[in-house]
Design a protein around this ligand. Structure first.
Ligand code: IVH
Length: 672
């Protein structure tokens, strides 16, 4: 490479890597695979060595990469949070093993651990209490995210057992399980929000949220993998892992002690296969020298420890041709694009389709053109995604693909609501996939769970003109003779279906409420609403203030509920379902009184609590004779306030001079 070529390459690689690093750390939306990033970083490092005259002193190769976000308090790490050197093949690992042998001789062991694909977190404990949680940031200083980390169930807020030191720091990886990721991401897509590309981004996006109550709704987990203490307490890393496990920390059960590099290779080989059986993503294996004394002897380079290294699995990738883009209309009217691909074999299955999420993915991120050759990658998710385009293979004159303007099912002009990523078809009463989708949602296992009736039958019954509203399902019994005339149905299956429909009338209120398909009202929210409002009339007539006093109900959900019940068609539909005998009220739970201490007193519970959910506190109050009310008035006796309660509520309570107590004070009132 000529010097002028090298100069250009160094400049362009540097700029590109900074951009990717920004997307990764600040936007939490990676624009390149880790593998490609590391390769490019390595190329830049090599060129800078060969042509030091062109190296930028501020180059990304000179830093522990990362960015600091603004909204949190910045905290300097007591011990810098370094990254690990990466390897991708056996040879690089053998080189690592040789380097260690050269420095400390032949007598040492390795600990192999899974490399969890999340975000690293430093936790500080004083006198057994979690006092601080800080993100890695740029490695030197990070964000104080203690409030958010407190919502993670598997991180102990207080240690109960073990002889832990008064002061210590423990580091680990915060991540989201794949199941939770898929569930929450599907909800986001249904709600027209931008989905996260993978569980890691979802976890890091969550940890950086300003509202801890929202964080609490997104289940996160954390594996701890390194202990820092002022005085050395253990001889080996393995011993320290065993100890922290006994103090109550979540330590991964798959770590293994290996006597040499061959043991490490066996571990890697095993987990390259088994990683797909885990309930969370890992992107490699971390190999650490076990003896803490030897770790100290080996020391650090500017960026990473010499006693540890990461072996990264290669994300399985394939290249194939984009044949077309098709569009699916969901029950909410959101129109989702899907890429149809020339079939290609990838990680055990043939891939024919990939999700494209929304218009921005096509037009902004990937800038897809007709006939493009694209890279597909399979992460932990079932549906593969397109990670990039091979521009070398783009045909000259190929037209850019633009997102459609009209509904592919009914031709209505699509609209994008402000602040949302998805386009919607608003013709909900007349657009067939929306009509069918709503009925399919109603009969779904998580909603009314109707035996003998499946998605395909709903589709057929709609096409034959038997049903077009949820309530029509309950009139099918009046058409059993006509149904029997249809060739696809046997008498037995019709009886089963009608029995299943009849039986569904016993399903509890929260399932019915979820089945109605009110926007943003998922299964959990429906449960909370059913508990709080007890019947459909009080829910339908609730004001914005009353709705938002219910647990987990924010303004977005509240407004959607109000909009739903303002619609005459919806009201008529509910009246029909009521007439058919469906459950529109919760069964009254019999409260067994533990005491009468709170008799005659009224309470409102607001905010998030460390030890109890709001529902648990509500039960405690009711079991001791107290009453929960829904809005703040001068008559209210107590406001039980947790962290992060709404400022408006607090202000109103203060104005009215209402005593504000915390959960401990409430428990004291009933004698602990
Ligand atoms: S040890 C100084 N162990 O990988 C060594 N890191 O590329 C500190 N990671 O920043 C790290 N699983 O976020 C260690 N079992 C594990 C890990 C792990 C995932 C992450 C961690 C670190 C990054 C380094």
């Amino acid at each position: 490479m000529s010097p002028s070529e090298a100069k250009n390459r160094i400049a362009s690689l540097g700029a590109e890597l900074k951009q990717h690093s920004y997307s990764y750390y600040v936007l939490a939306m990676p624009t390149i695979s880790d593998f490609d990033f590391d390769k490019k970083l390595e190329e830049l490092g090599r060129l800078e060595k060969e042509f030091p005259e062109f190296a930028d002193p501020d180059s990304i190769t000179q830093k522990v990469d990362g960015y600091i976000t603004k909204e949190f308090i910045t905290i300097k790490h007591k011990w810098p949070m370094l990254s690990l050197g990466n390897t991708y093949n056996e040879q690089e690992l053998l080189d690592f093993d040789q380097r260690i042998k050269k420095a400390i001789g032949d007598s040492f062991e390795y600990v192999c651990e899974l490399k969890f694909d999340g975000l690293s977190m430093s936790l500080t404990y004083e006198d057994g209490k979690l006092v601080r949680a800080v993100t890695r940031g740029d490695g030197i200083q990070g964000d104080d995210v203690t409030m958010n980390v407190r919502t993670i169930n598997t991180i102990p807020k207080r240690l109960h057992t073990g002889s832990y030191p008064d002061h210590f720091e423990i580091r680990g990886e915060v991540f989201m399980h794949l199941k939770a990721f898929e569930r929450l991401n599907t909800e986001r897509i249904e709600n027209g929000e931008l989905p996260y590309a993978n569980p890691r981004n979802f976890a890091s996006g969550t940890i950086k949220m300003q509202d801890s109550a929202e964080v609490a709704k997104r289940p996160l987990d954390c594996f701890l993998y390194f202990l820092y203490t002022d005085r050395s307490l253990f001889k080996t890393h393995w011993e320290s892992l065993e100890a922290v496990k006994s103090w109550g920390f979540h330590v991964n059960e798959h770590s293994r002690l290996c006597s040499d590099i061959n043991g490490v290779f066996a571990f890697i080989k095993e987990w390259d296969k088994r990683r797909f059986d885990l309930s969370y993503d890992i992107d490699g294996i971390v190999i650490k020298v076990n003896s803490l004394g030897q770790q100290e002897e080996l020391g650090f380079t500017a960026k990473s420890p010499r006693w540890a290294i990461a072996y990264k699995f290669k994300a399985e990738q394939a290249e194939t041709e984009l044949l077309s883009v098709s569009y699916q209309v969901g029950r909410t009217g959101a129109v989702t694009p899907v890429a149809n691909l020339r079939p290609v074999f990838l990680a055990g299955t043939t891939v024919k389709r990939a999700t494209l999420h929304n218009a921005d993915e096509i037009e902004v991120r990937l800038k897809l053109h007709e006939g493009d050759w694209v890279y597909v990658e399979k992460g932990g998710e079932i549906i593969p995604k397109i990670t990039g385009v091979n521009l070398d293979k783009r045909k000259t004159g190929a037209a850019a693909i633009s997102y459609i303007t009209h509904c592919p099912a009914c031709g209505t002009l699509l609209e994008r609501k402000e602040g949302e990523a998805a386009f919607y078809c608003l013709n909900d009463e007349g657009c067939p996939p929306q009509i069918v989708g709503k009925m399919q949602h109603f009969i779904d296992r998580k909603a009314m769970n109707i035996d003998g009736l499946g998605d395909e039958t709903i589709e057929t019954l709609y096409q034959k003109g038997f049903i077009s509203h949820i309530s029509d399902i309950y009139s099918l019994k009046d058409h059993s003779d006509d149904l029997k005339k249809m060739d696809r149905f046997g008498e037995k299956s019709i009886t089963n279906m009608l029995d299943g429909i009849e039986k569904s009338k016993e399903m509890p209120f929260d399932k019915v409420l979820f089945g109605l398909g009110i926007r943003y009202v998922g299964a959990t929210v429906a449960k909370k609403l059913a508990v709080h409002f007890k019947n459909i009339d009080s829910l339908a007539s609730a004001s914005l203030e009353e709705l938002t006093t219910a647990e987990e109900i924010g303004e977005r959900i509240a407004l959607s509920i109000m909009e739903y019940f303002a619609n005459e068609g919806h009201k008529a539909e509910i009246a029909k379902l009521m007439a058919q005998g469906l459950q529109f009220a919760s069964e009254e739970k019999e409260v067994t009184l533990a005491s009468n201490t709170l008799a005659g007193q009224t309470f409102i519970i607001s905010g998030v609590f460390e030890k109890y959910s709001r529902d648990e506190l509500k039960d405690i109050i009711e079991q001791n004779g107290g009453k929960i009310v829904s809005s703040i008035s001068a008559k209210l006796n107590y406001l039980v306030a947790g962290e992060n309660m709404g400022p408006a509520k607090l202000e109103k309570a203060q104005k009215l001079n209402i005593p504000i107590i915390n959960d401990d004070q409430l428990l004291e009132m009933i004698g602990g």
